[in-house]
Design a protein around this ligand. Sequence first.
Ligand code: PEP
Ligand code: MG
Length: 775
Amino acid sequence: MLSTLRRIVLEFGQEDELQQALQRMVSQVKRAMQTDCCSIYLADYHYQHFLLMASDGLAKDSLGQTCIGFSEGLVGLVGQREEPLNIANAQEHHDYIHAPEVQEDDLNAFLGTPIIHQRKVLGILTIQQKQARHFSENEEAFLVTLSAQLASAIANAEVKQLLSSQQETSNRVTQLQGIAGAPGIAMSSIVLCQPQADISTVALKKSADTVKQHQRIELAIEKTRKDFQQLSDKLSLFIKDDSLAIFDVYLQLLAQTGLVQEIKEKITLGWRAGSALKLVVEHYIVQFEAIEDSYLKERASDIRDLGNRVLLNLRQQEQETLHLPDNFILLAQDVTASMLAEYQHKGLQGIISLSGSNNSHAAILARSLNIPAIMGVNLVAIEQLHQQFAIIDGYSGELYIHPDEVLRREYQHLLNQEQALTEKVMQVANKPCITPDGRAVELQLNAGLSEGVEHSSKLGALGIGLYRTEIPFMNRSCFPSEHEQTKLYKDVLSAFPKHAVTMRTLDVGGDKSLPYFPIQEDNPFLGWRGIRITLDHPEIFLVQVRAMMRANQRLGNLEIMLPMVSSVEEVDEAIRLINQAYFELKAELKADILEQLIADEKAELKAEKIAQQLVRPKIGIMLEVPSVIFQLEDLAKRVDFFSVGSNDLTQYLLAVDRNNSQVSNLYDAFHPAVLRALNNIAQESARLLVPISLCGELASAPSGALLLLAMGFDKLSMNAHNVPRIKWIIRHVQFSQAQAILAHVLTLSTVKQVHDYLNEQLEQLGLGGFIRAGF
Ligand code: PEP
Ligand code: MG
């Protein structure tokens, strides 16, 4: 049954037209379930009805014609109840409506299941049978599972259909909803970046130029064959067993028979090379997956891998001629930090990432680069969006493809207002961050995600509150040497010679991996991450902290911060290592000075005196794992400062993966539990006389900054772009007003209440322009 189910879902995705896909699917279900009728109705929210889209069993004339209101009949009932309805004799049910045009008089048994995607009913799948009987539990389970699996495929197919119909016929706007990743507006054409080829994401397309498509596939196959040959030759130097035989299998599959022949036949039928490849490879995958033998079943993944490699080579032919317009919006399955780095200065206006959420590191980086971003947009056929004009609204997460003139003008107006706001806030960049009634808070910079911090000092930040050191570790092929790190850290420390620069020790793991230090885990965010890794590898940790302290020698503004601390022992161990590195460095320094001095009885003393000037930096910890909230007193005895990592604290307190777009609606730093935890931390730190800052994204949210100010945080650290904005806000709100807002927020019970109240307050304070597009 499982393989039938998989086959139906996979083949559904292979159809070019939604209508055909639905029709094929209902016939397959009818056959698989040995019933008399299977139909599918799709919801039309504009007209508030379900439209009969496809059926094998009901009258053909009624397809695309028969509509059932959302609150009418058995179909409407399934939609309203959002659960399956299994009845032996439909015609006796009080909700049954007789619709003569569908000709279902002889059908009695009825089973309907809702197709729900992201909590929204997209349609209803029904099976009917002449014999009056309840469908079995197994039959019901099959239909429920199929509906669940079809949901995202249908959602995607609907969008795809909308896009292509709009391309061909009219200029209708398509509006899609994603997660607001980085605020701002971008208006440009889309450039699709697909570094990893994935056969399942290929949108089926035809081409009139069959000859060219034949040439393309031949070149790609030839290139893939060579790649495999080279890979196999290289690996044979290290691997001596028969596991290399897989390459022979691949090479055989790529020989001019079977699979390749079938791809060429599809091209002759008019398909583009990539589409032909997809159709054939996925057909093979279905066949292999249906085989009982587990060894042969596994070969499905080999075929998929092979298909992806050919696709990659096909894409590379196009990439060579990929033309970047002056301004563009980057679209990718998974926007990465390196993509942002690559395109940042090449006209990048905005980002659309299919995966990720608003606290993924790509979104954080986009915010720090002031590039509007939409994350977690649910689309499969992304190829269709390439070169289409789009507007992204990074405040609301809305994406408009092919916007009409009115919408363009409206957004252009909002964009102008946004630029005016940026100019306005820059007027306070070099003024103190203080409320009109005299409460001061220090604003610092989060740095490290992108290059160059020098210019940021002009935006009015007082030092760096979080320097993420992992990014320089990522863009390389091995760990950087102590010398390289020293040079890099010196540049960062020198950017703010008069202010503290807080450098965080390596925080890899979770969603930040090093290409040369792979970590395979089922639960990476609960696994080997941050300080856990560096304490297990003191050689990496010691090199890093020594490099930091070396860089600090003539500057003296370094502070060291430890990430992902969850226990007191970790802090003790890290401090022991930092002390070890410090004393080694001091001894080394003294030896160096001695060598330069003329040896006399005072030399030793002089050298000792100079070496004494090497100060041990302050050490702090990040409060981002909930356990530390309950050990602040123990920790306060050991460290010089605390800094809350609200991004992770939210994730761990609410048990919501910060990267997972599926649960992004649950991830919210304004959750009452998170706010109460932050308030307790601020009060407890004040009692313990430990300076407290916050360096998560909450600090750069306008209402977040006001709440943190009222809680008593000493410092807020944020990306460069937000420093003048938050300063402007704080300079325009009385501390007493912020305290009153906090007092009320702490009485609220739900995230929605908190947001509604804060938005209302910001509007009343005349600060609405900071949280939405437009004044
Ligand atoms: C945090 O967790 O809030 C934080 C600042 O660190 P990162 O986002 O790098 O995990
Ligand atoms: Mg963190």
